[in-house]
Design a protein around this ligand. Sequence first.
Ligand SMILES: [Zn+2]
Length: 129
Amino acid sequence: MARTLADWLDRSVQPLARGHFERDLVALRVGGGLECRRRNRASAGPVSEHATGQALDIFAFKLGSGAEAVQVAVEKPQGLAQNRFLDAIRQSACGAFMTTLGPGSDAAHADHLHVDIQERRSPASRFCQ
Ligand SMILES: [Zn+2]
């Protein structure tokens, strides 16, 4: 997971940050890395990929620093440029991870981008919503 995340940040997120905002990605606001629980915090059902450390929830991207800093929140992007940046981020995540879920997929993912590397039946099969 760490390798997949690092590769995605280097190859996709950093170039997108520079292309859309002429700033470097300097931080991610994350939650729910390794956390032993079931999917969507349900009391029953399948175990979450977070329970095995193969998932990460990203709430915001911080681009640049000081007075130049831009904070892009997954839940509430500010303006067209941030919307376009997040659309591009999400598309690239769908290529890098096995599962990508975000706002619009379901209520549990309305405020963050969930990415994980859960194996699927076919390596070419990815879940992207
Ligand atoms: Zn998650």
